[in-house]
Ligand binder design. Structure first.
Ligand SMILES: Cc1cc2nc3c(=O)[nH]c(=O)nc-3n(C[C@H](O)[C@H](O)[C@H](O)COP(=O)(O)O)c2cc1C
Length: 372
């Protein structure tokens, strides 16, 4: 009975989102809509009544989906990817939306206004976004201050990156910048993501180079933390680059990988819109197969030694299940929520329970890597 009520609730919410809200949103500039959603979300998180209403509309729970990974308890495997809540203003609201965890940021050593506007575009036919924010955020000190002493209802990941500025292009300065943000968040949240794959910043992606990555991880090893560390990878890496990153990660306290960030490659046959006049990396269905290949490769190559968080083009339960069966223990999304509506989190979780039952799994952890 509970399952049917939630199914009908989600069906109505989906209809309202697709027939009305998405149509209105998609007529306007995507960054303006993103900012408005942050304001609405922030307001909804302020009061216990609005938080309760949000969870009445969006939440879903089933013990088949709960797991403990690296000592962290996840009620379900669906998290919000980094980039939606850059300044960590929605940590009170997002648990009610049904997420099992959230990743805030990217947060950089210093505050950064990001790249010039426009810097966000929709590719409607491709079900993707082009993103060129350039690591806009309020900086590690201000964001850490706003979160200090807070308790979080669900696990919180803090995604850190190097400030987008000519001042951090020198490798030593870049490392110092990462270390600054890292130190600020040692006591805040449940896991770290070190974003070495932002496609839209000064100096490119210097830490995909093995020698520089080694130096960066050495510096982070010196900062004592109990939190697991994930590296966020680009989907555009060559096999030899991935192999070198895996070898270096084995030497340091890396617990896993986030596969993946945005793709910069414009010769992608999933692009069905014109991308003329846009700049930056692409998300959604354009990056999905690349992210899946990366998950699959790392899971096979490391025989499940590292925890993988799958990310890129998840729009429904089948998309999330695919990543899990390729080797991801957890899954994140952003673009799917923008195209399908916020009820998609609950739809995916409810759909996953059905898919697991159909395959005879009693818990989500039993499905990880089963297709690999
Ligand atoms: C609007 C937007 C902003 C993003 N900003 C960041 C960021 O600051 N840091 C980061 O690691 N990834 C960022 N990303 C990349 C996403 O976390 C994710 O890797 C990518 O969008 C693929 O997932 P999706 O298809 O579910 O959106 C951003 C993505 C979007 C759509």
């Amino acid at each position: 009975m509970k399952e049917q009520v939630i199914f009908v609730r989600n069906y109505i919410l989906r209809f309202l989102y697709k027939a009305i809200l998405q149509k209105i949103f998609f007529l306007q500039d995507p960054e303006i809509i993103h900012d408005r959603m942050l304001n609405v979300g922030r307001f909804l998180g302020k009061f216990s009544l609005t938080r309760w209403l949000v969870s009445l509309l969006f939440s879903y729970q089933d013990k088949t989906l709960s797991q403990e990974i690296l000592g962290i308890k996840f009620a379900n495997p669906i998290g919000l990817g980094a980039g939606f809540d850059k300044d960590a203003v929605l940590t009170d609201t997002l648990p009610g939306v049904g997420f099992g965890f959230i990743e805030v940021g990217s947060i950089t050593g210093e505050a950064c206004a990001g790249n010039l506007k426009p810097r966000l575009w929709r590719l409607k036919k491709s079900k993707a976004l082009v993103v060129n924010y350039g690591l806009k955020n309020e900086g590690s000190e201000a964001i850490a201050k706003s979160l200090k002493g807070k308790t979080f209802k669900i696990p919180l990941g803090t995604n850190i990156a190097k400030t987008n500025s000519p001042n951090t292009v020198k490798v030593e300065n870049g490392i110092a910048d990462y270390a600054k943000a890292f130190k600020e968040f040692v006591q805040i949240g449940d896991y770290f993501t070190v974003n070495i794959s932002c496609p839209n910043a000064y100096g490119g992606q210097p830490f995909t180079d093995a020698t520089r990555l080694d130096k960066l991880l050495q510096r982070l090893d010196e900062i004592s933390t109990k939190k697991p560390i994930f590296l966020k990878l680009s989907p555009d890496l060559s096999q030899s680059e991935i192999d070198r990153i895996l070898a270096i990660s084995n030497k340091h306290q890396v617990a896993g990988f986030i596969c993946s960030n945005l793709t910069k490659n414009r010769n992608n046959r999933k692009i069905k819109d014109s991308v003329d006049g846009t700049e930056g990396g692409m998300s959604g269905k354009v990056v999905e197969d690349l992210a899946n290949n990366l998950i699959s490769y790392i899971y096979r190559k490391t025989k499940g030694k590292f925890v993988i968080i799958g990310l890129g083009g998840v729009f429904c339960a089948e998309d999330a299940y695919k990543k899990i069966k390729l080797g991801a223990s957890l899954v994140e999304l952003i673009t799917g929520m923008i195209f399908e509506g916020p009820q998609v989190i609950s739809e995916i979780n409810q759909g996953l329970v059905k898919l697991l039952k159909k395959d005879g799994f009693g818990n989500i952890s039993q499905a990880i890597g089963k297709d690999n």
